[in-house]
Design a protein around this ligand. Structure first.
Ligand SMILES: Cc1ncc(COP(=O)(O)O)c(C=O)c1O
Length: 421
């Protein structure tokens, strides 16, 4: 029985009646002939998408960077998977669980343009990237390069290997407003020495939304014999890309962020020839050293979450990766272009369109970021997060595809008032 038949046999994978998806199909038919940049500005279309979500009315949610809630359709499917796994009990675990998980990993591989056997499902970005950092054969004096703007959890994992093996961590700083790609490439290049083993870079810096020139950094590092690990927590299902075009060696992400998989779902990509270079986090002698599955010993875990990846992909792919990217970029530019040049406003995200998408960061002179977030919430009912460090002082603003321009008008009005004092 092949994987597809397995999923059918368990009745898992085609559960809740896809009411919204059918409506979505009809909706998409009506706009399919239009360019994504054009659809990005169509408030009627996105209002229909918004109807697919249950949104808390107490505040305007501009803090989708932490994680993205599921649309109702995915949530219902997820609950059905939970119900079905509970119904089938250990029969499911002993028969179809592994094949279903592999089938979901293969769908993810297709989605990002990887080969089957290069992708595993993890719990999140932290687990994905720490599997690489902790799994390399480090020797005392080996060097790793990363940026102060990188996520703290990975930085702490590098501190762990520093304490354990004597690895030397070199920290660079990425400017919020680079003059060119080359400026960023050079910052990383200057930190590389003959002892450098690994470079960690963000695909999209979480505190500013800055998209880095990943391919150019990878080409530079590879020319110097250094591998590159990409933190893609915010890029997958946010911007449309193919992993082979990046040519990185390792790539980790959290699927509960922009793909809107239930919480506790992530993905790790490892370029085929690098798989054998890693020690697994947990002992597993299932297979040859070039088989990625030996790095994916999870023990018993919420397997219904794995199944919801398929539903989240169905939803995302219907909307269309490029359409979603363009809508998110449009929303960010909708508010940021209105305030960028106002006195007292400090934009911490690059101005050029290709260097950012849905996420941006804005500060106001004289207002500490935490106070700004506080006032936005208390006075204007706008939920954001204050960021104060690593050269970034402001609130991170992350709309999602259900955000309306009316909501952003409230935000722009708030910024104008607060900046005017
Ligand atoms: C850039 C970046 N990397 C890694 C992570 C960690 O993600 P998780 O907690 O899902 O592992 C985050 C979380 O926000 C992030 O923004």
């Amino acid at each position: 029985m092949n994987t597809r038949d397995f999923i059918k046999a368990t009745a898992i994978g085609a559960v809740a009646a896809p009411h919204f998806l059918k409506r979505l199909d009809r909706l998409i038919e009506g706009i399919e002939h239009r360019a994504p940049e054009d659809v990005a500005t169509d408030e009627d279309f996105w209002a229909e998408i918004r109807r697919g979500y249950r949104l808390k009315p107490d505040y305007i949610n501009l803090e989708n960077g932490y994680y993205c809630i599921m649309p109702k359709e995915t949530l219902e499917n997820y609950i059905d998977h939970l119900r079905e796994v509970n119904y089938q009990g250990s029969w499911y675990m002993r028969t179809n669980q592994k094949a279903n998980k592999e089938s979901m990993a293969n769908r993810l591989a297709n989605f990002i343009g990887a080969d089957h056997g290069e992708v595993i499902i993890t719990r999140n970005t932290t687990e994905s990237l720490d599997t690489v950092i902790g799994g390399l054969h480090w020797e005392a004096g080996d060097e790793a390069v990363m940026a102060e703007q990188d996520y703290f959890a990975m930085r702490q994992m590098f501190t762990l290997v520093e304490k354990r093996y004597g690895v030397v961590n070199k920290i660079v700083s990425v400017p919020n407003h680079p003059k060119s790609d080359q400026e960023i490439v050079d910052i990383y290049a200057l930190a590389i020495t003959s002892k450098t083993r690994l470079l960690m870079i963000c695909h999209m810096i979480n505190i500013t939304g800055h998209i880095l020139p990943v391919r150019k950094i990878c080409d530079m590092a590879h020319n110097k014999g250094v591998d590159v690990m990409v933190d893609g927590a915010h890029a997958v299902a946010h911007i449309d890309f193919n992993i082979k075009d990046l040519d990185c060696d390792y790539y980790g992400t959290s699927l509960h962020k922009w793909l809107s998989v239930p919480l506790g779902s992530g993905m790790l990509y490892i370029k085929r020839d690098k798989i054998k270079t890693l020690w697994p986090m947990f002992g597993d002698f299932c297979c040859d050293e070039d088989v990625i599955r030996r790095l994916n010993h999870t023990g018993t875990h919420p397997v219904h979450t794995d199944l919801a990846i398929g539903n989240a992909l169905d939803f995302h792919q219907r909307i269309g990766p490029k359409r979603k990217e363009e809508r998110l970029r449009y929303l960010q530019r909708y508010w940021s272009d209105q305030v960028r040049d106002l006195p007292g406003i400090i934009m911490n995200t690059p101005k050029e369109k290709h260097r950012s998408c849905g996420i941006a960061n804005v500060g106001i002179e004289g207002i500490p970021p935490r106070d700004l977030a506080d006032r936005l919430l208390k006075v204007y009912r706008i939920w954001t997060v204050g960021i104060d460090g690593h050269g970034v002082h402001g609130c991170r603003i992350t709309p999602n595809i259900y955000t309306t321009t009316d909501e952003l008008d409230v935000f722009v009005g708030a910024l104008r008032e607060l900046a005017a004092g």
